[in-house]
Structure formats: structure tokens, C-alpha cells
Design a protein around this ligand. Structure first.
Ligand code: LMR
Length: 401
């Protein structure tokens, strides 16, 4: 029956973890998937998550189904975290929101919703490069995926002129996917002034902005500041869609905790949108898992836990920054590795787009047991005091050939 089923390629990101696991060399390093590791290279469960988990357990919660759109207390708090207390659509009860299977699920619900109900276009523009999963995810939702320029390879910087010009030549009404902060994979974000200019273009061309905010807190270490782009667009009167994830900033990867929301004109319109979100979700997975949402909600809803969480997010962001400094110093000063490595220090968020090419990344995996995505992206969190020197020496060796 399945004789004609072709062998598919491994996933460009999660496939790396499989290759890493199969490698038996003790020096191996996984810089593929964007998952935080502590200074000993171990997965990290936040203290606030442990406390919230205890609080949830002590309440003796049951294992009943959540509603189709998830835990209402969680989604209300998630919306507040993203949009801010001053947000007009939020204060007037016009944000339709649903819990989702983390950020990917939020994007998928959003893609399906836009493909069915957005009246002006079926075209979505994503940056080049973007998170690899954006492309199949929106295609499978029934949207046509097109690209706007984002990365200036020559200068390892934002190609702002290319970005503006591609949005200006997009068909009126097209959807545009924007990484709200800590752009994945490049680690390069527009400045606040550039976001303001983008907001004008989006308005002028009547584009529909869909924000993917998977790393709130990881760009600046400040959770509110990282919501600048989203909040600015909303304050400028745009209607927006938003995918949120708590995988990274709460370390709730496997709990699959996220939210999809869309701003609407008023509570009556919101109610209609809510009803359609349910119609999309019910045949897909019925209703979301409860545990992660309860944890996130407990953290967001308790002042003391929230404050501690903010400092834990900053702690993760700071450890990554210290690794950036360290690699830069080893490559540039100690090893005098050919090339310019300043971008490793200036890029932000969980990733660095190193500029290593596919042959070099392959050589790193085969010869040095150092794994990263083919595009040369490294998850900075996979580095620590124990492996950063070995990593830098391995990079130096492949760059020298
Ligand atoms: C990544 O880009 O590594 C993360 O977003 C994890 C994933 O699901 O790909």
C-alpha cells in the first residue's frame, strides 16, 4: 500500500537533534534547536515554573477538558503581557484570543483563519530568511507564501531598503508576517524608528500585519520593551494578528503553551471571530493541553512570581550575551580567525547567524561533532564555559579549511 510513499528529508531544525543524539562523541555540541541550556549545558526549568507548578498542584486541579479556546484566565493574562494594559482593543474587549499548541499552533490557527476569513488577499509575505517552518506552515494553511528581503549578507545587517521596497511593491491588502522581536534566524531586528516607518508602509499599502512573537523577553531582556513593535502598530490603529509562545521565555517547550489573537473592531465582531476560531480548532485537536497554561497563568497572575520571572528571563538573555562576547573574543583576539565576527556580538536573541556556509556547517558536524542548521545559525544557548573554547577552535579550523 505504501510502496509509492517517497522518503522525506529530515526536518531542517529538529532533524539536527536526531543527528546529534546518534553521535556518540563526548565532545558533541547541539547548536541546532533554539532551546535554552544552563551554564552546564543542561535543559533548564525556571525556578518560577517550579513554584507555579507547586502552586497549581496544591490547588488540586482536575484533568477535565479545557474549553476549545483554552484556559480563559491564561489567555487574558497572555493578551495583557503582549498588548499592554493601555491597549485600546484590549480595554474595549475587542481582542479575540485562543490558547494554542505553542507558537507553531498559534501560527497555524492564524494561517487557517486568514485563509478562510481575511477578505483582501490569500498572499502572505515572510522575510528572507525566516524560521524554516513558517513556509510549509502557511502553505498548508492555504495561503500563498511570498518573500520580502530582510538580510543584507554583505554587511551582516538589516536590508532595510530592500524590505521597504518589497513591501511597497506587494499587492494591496497582502498579509505580512513580522517577527516581533529577536528575529529568527538572523538575530537582527528593525530599530524603533524603522518599525515606525514600516507601520506607515503597512498602512499606506493596506497590508495586514501578523506578528510572530516567540521570543518576548529574549531580545532586550525586558519583556515590555520587546513588545514595542506590536504595541506601536496597535497604537497606530492597525488591526493585527499575533502568535505568542511561552516555550522560550518560560522554558515551557514540551508543555506547548501559546496563544493566537486578533484585534477586531468591537466586542460584537470579536464574538463572531471567536466562534470561527473554535470552528477551526475543534476538528484539528479539539482543545489544548491544560498543564502549561495553568503554570503560565500562575506566573503571570502573581506579582511576586511575575517579578522573579522577569529576572529569570533577563538572566537567560544575559548568559547568552556573555557567550556572544566570549566567542567574539576568542575568534578575533585569541585565534585571529580569518573574517569579521563583530555580528556575533551585535546580534540579539537566542540565535547568531554566523555566516558559516553549508560546507562548513557540514564539516563541523562530521569532523568536530558540532551541530547547527545548514544556514549557519547557531543557538547561542547551547554554548557554555565548558564548550565555548572547543566550539571556537572548531570554527577556526573549518574557516581555515
Ligand atoms: C527553532 O527555531 O529552533 C525553534 O523555534 C524550535 C523549532 O520548533 O524549530
Amino acid at each position: 500500500t505504501w510502496g509509492a510513499v517517497p522518503q522525506g528529508p529530515p526536518d531542517p531544525i529538529l532533524g539536527i537533534t536526531e543527528a546529534f543524539k546518534a553521535d556518540k562523541d563526548p565532545r558533541k555540541i547541539n547548536l541546532g534547536v533554539g532551546a535554552y541550556r544552563d551554564e552546564h549545558g543542561k535543559p533548564y526549568v525556571l525556578q518560577t515554573v517550579k513554584k507555579a507548578e507547586e502552586a497549581v498542584a496544591s490547588q488540586g486541579v482536575d484533568k477535565e477538558y479545557l474549553p476549545i479556546t483554552g484556559l480563559a484566565e491564561f489567555t487574558a493574562r497572555a493578551a495583557l503581557l503582549a498588548y499592554g494594559a493601555e491597549s485600546e482593543p484590549l480595554t474595549k474587549g475587542a481582542v479575540a484570543i485562543t490558547q494554542s499548541i505553542s507558537g507553531t499552533g498559534a501560527l497555524r490557527i492564524g494561517g487557517e483563519f486568514l485563509a478562510r476569513h481575511y477578505p483582501h488577499s490569500k498572499v502572505i509575505y515572510v522575510p528572507t530568511p525566516t524560521w524554516g517552518n513558517h513556509i510549509p506552515l502557511f502553505r498548508d494553511s492555504g495561503l500563498e507564501v511570498r518573500h520580502y528581503r530582510y538580510f543584507d549578507k554583505q554587511n551582516v545587517a538589516l536590508d532595510f531598503e530592500g524590505l521597504k521596497s518589497d513591501l511597497l511593491s506587494a499587492p494591496e491588502g497582502a498579509i505580512v508576517l513580522l517577527h516581533a522581536c529577536a528575529h529568527n534566524p538572523t538575530g537582527i531586528d528593525p530599530t524603533p524608528e524603522q518599525w515606525e516607518a514600516l507601520s506607515h508602509i503597512v498602512k499606506e499599502k493596506k497590508l495586514f500585519p501578523f506578528f510572530d512573537m516567540a521570543y518576548q523577553g529574549f531580545a532586550s531582556g525586558d519583556i515590555a520593551r520587546d513588545a514595542f513593535a506590536l504595541r506601536h502598530f496597535v497604537a497606530q490603529g492597525h488591526q493585527v494578528a499575533l502568535a505568542q509562545s511561552f516555550a522560550k521565555n518560560m522554558g515551557l517547550y514540551g508543555e506547548r503553551t501559546g496563544a493566537f489573537s486578533v484585534t477586531t473592531a468591537d466586542p460584537e465582531e470579536k464574538a463572531r471571530v471567536d466562534s470561527q476560531l473554535k470552528i477551526i480548532i475543534r476538528p484539528m485537536y479539539s482543545n489544548p493541553p491544560s498543564h502549561g497554561a495553568r503554570i503560565a497563568s500562575a506566573i503571570l497572575g502573581d506579582q511576586a512570581l511575575y517579578t522573579q520571572w522577569e529576572s529569570e528571563v533577563k538572566g537567560m538573555a544575559d548568559r547568552i550575551i556573555s557567550m556572544r562576547e566570549k566567542i567574539y573574543n576568542i575568534l578575533t583576539h585569541d585565534l585571529k580567525t580569518p573574517g569579521e565576527w563583530g555580528h556575533i556580538k551585535t546580534q540579539i536573541g537566542m540565535f547568531s547567524y554566523t555566516g558559516l556556509n553549508p560546507e562548513q556547517t557540514q564539516a563541523l558536524a562530521q569532523k568536530a561533532h558540532v551541530y547547527m542548521t545548514k544556514d549557519g545559525r547557531i543557538s547561542m544557548a547551547g554554548l557554555n564555559a565548558g564548550n565555548v573554547e572547543y566550539f571556537a577552535a572548531s570554527v577556526d579550523a573549518v574557516v581555515r579549511g
